[in-house]
Design a binder for this molecule. Structure first.
Ligand SMILES: NC(=O)c1ccc[n+]([C@@H]2O[C@H](COP(=O)([O-])OP(=O)(O)OC[C@H]3O[C@@H](n4cnc5c(N)ncnc54)[C@H](OP(=O)(O)O)[C@@H]3O)[C@@H](O)[C@H]2O)c1
Length: 328
C-alpha cells in the first residue's frame, strides 16, 4: 500500500513514498481504508531531523485520517463504518494516516456523524477537533455571548476552524493574525474584525491590560498567551492548545487573582472516548452551517507532502491541507 515514510538514520532524514503493508500492533486493531488525511503542524515536527515529537526513527507519517473500516472484530466499528482516526501515538510512535490503509486501536477511532463526509472530516481533522474542543471548554466555563472572543493564529488550521465554528454558533469573533493579506478571507470565514499579532499586546507597560475579551482561543502560546491573560474580562477564560510561537509562558498571577480568569488546557491527543464523542457530536451539529471548501488551502498527493510540510512548518498555509493517499 502506498505510504509516506519518515525515516531518520544516524541523523540523516529522508521523506519518501513507498509500498508498505499496514501492520497491526495488536490483534484487536482495526483496519481503515484511508480516503483522506490532513497536514497538521505536528506532522511537520514529526518530519524534522532530530524531532522531539517523533518517538521512533521510521514510521508512516500522518497524525490523522478519515475513511471506512475494512477489517474489525469490534462491534462498535463494523466493516463499512465511516470513521475519523486520530490521537495517541498515531503518526508519532506508530504508523499513521499518510497511507492508503492504517491499523489503529478502537480508542483512536470516532464514528462520523451522518452530516460529516470523510472529506469534510479531514478538512476538520485534528485541528478542527481541537478548535471545537476549545469552543466546548469555553462554553462549559460560561462563555458570554455579549462580548468578543479572540482567536490567535487565525489563518492556521486550529485558528481558521475556531473562527468558522464560533461564527456558525453566533459568537462575536475577532481574528488575530500575522497575515494581514488574508484579512478578507478571515472576514469571509466569520471574523467581525481583524487585529494584527502586535495588537494583542495592549498597555504592555501595565500589569493588566484593558479587559477586552469575553473568551479566547489561542494556538500560539508564549507572549501572545501572556497578553491574552492580561486582557480577559472578569471571570473569562482562554482555551490554550498550541505553541507555534513558544512553549514558554512568562506571566504573573494578577489576572488570575484580581480578574478571576482561567487558563483552560486543551488536548486532542489523549482525549478520552467521552470527550471524542462530545466533540464529534458538536462538530456534527455545526457541520451543516459550515462551507468547508474555502477552508482547504490545497489538496495534495503523498508525493507532494515534503513541500506541504515545509509550508506548514513556515506558517505559509491558510486553513487546511487535505491529503488524498489514493487519488482516483
Ligand atoms: N493541544 C492539542 O492537542 C493540539 C492539537 C492540534 C494542534 N495543536 C497545536 O496548535 C498549534 C497550531 O496547529 P495548526 O495545525 O493549526 O498549525 P498551523 O496551521 O501552522 O497554524 C498556526 C498559525 O499560527 C500563526 N503563527 C505561525 N507562526 C507564528 C509565530 N511565530 N508567532 C505567532 N503566530 C504564528 C500563523 O497564523 P497567522 O499568520 O494567522 O498569525 C499560523 O498559520 C500548534 O502548536 C499545534 O502543535 C495542539
Amino acid at each position: 500500500m502506498k505510504s509516506f515514510i519518515v525515516n531518520e538514520d544516524e541523523g540523516a532524514l529522508s521523506l519518501e513514498v513507498a509500498d508498505v503493508e499496514p501492520v497491526a500492533t495488536d490483534s484487536s486493531d482495526i483496519l481503515v481504508a484511508v480516503e483522506f488525511s490532513g497536514v497538521n503542524y505536528k506532522d511537520a515536527l514529526v518530519a524534522s531531523a532530530r524531532s522531539r515529537v517523533r518517538r521512533i526513527p521510521r514510521l508512516v507519517g500522518g497524525v490523522d485520517a478519515a475513511g471506512v473500516v475494512l477489517q474489525s472484530s469490534d462491534p462498535a466499528f463494523t466493516v463499512g463504518t465511516r470513521v475519523a482516526v486520530h490521537g495517541g501515538d498515531l503518526g508519532v510512535a506508530r504508523d499513521g494516516g499518510f497511507a492508503e490503509q492504517v491499523f489503529a486501536p478502537a480508542k483512536f477511532l470516532s464514528a462520523l456523524p451522518d452530516s460529516i463526509s470523510t472529506h469534510d472530516a479531514m478538512v476538520i481533522g485534528t485541528a478542527g477537533f481541537t478548535a471545537m474542543a476549545s469552543v466546548l471548554a469555553l462554553e462549559h466555563h460560561g462563555l458570554d455571548r455579549n462580548g468578543e472572543v479572540v482567536v490567535t493564529g487565525a489563518t492556521g488550521g486550529v485558528g481558521s476552524l475556531a473562527v468558522t465554528f464560533l461564527h456558525a454558533l453566533d459568537y462575536q469573533v475577532v481574528a488575530s493574525t500575522g497575515s494581514p493579506e488574508q484579512s478578507q478571507w478571515l472576514v469571509d470565514r466569520g471574523a467581525l474584525r481583524i487585529i494584527g499579532r502586535d495588537e494583542i499586546a495592549d498597555k504592555p507597560d501595565r500589569v493588566l491590560a484593558s479587559a477586552r475579551w469575553a473568551g479566547a482561543i489561542d494556538c500560539v502560546g508564549g507572549e501572545t498567551l501572556h497578553h491574552i491573560l492580561r486582557s480577559l474580562r472578569y471571570g473569562a477564560a482562554v482555551a490554550a492548545s498550541g505553541l507555534v510561537a513558544s512553549p514558554e509562558l512568562n506571566t504573573n498571577l494578577y489576572p488570575f487573582i484580581t480578574r478571576a480568569v482561567c487558563l483552560l488546557g486543551i488536548d486532542a491527543v489523549e482525549a478520552p472516548a467521552s470527550t471524542r464523542t462530545s466533540v464529534w457530536n458538536a462538530l456534527g451539529e455545526v457541520a451543516p452551517k459550515v462551507d468547508f471548501a474555502p477552508l482547504i488551502d490545497r489538496t495534495v498527493r503523498l508525493e507532494d507532502l515534503p513541500e506541504a510540510l515545509e509550508l506548514i512548518r513556515n506558517g505559509k498555509t491558510r486553513g487546511r491541507i487535505l491529503v488524498v493517499p489514493a487519488p482516483g
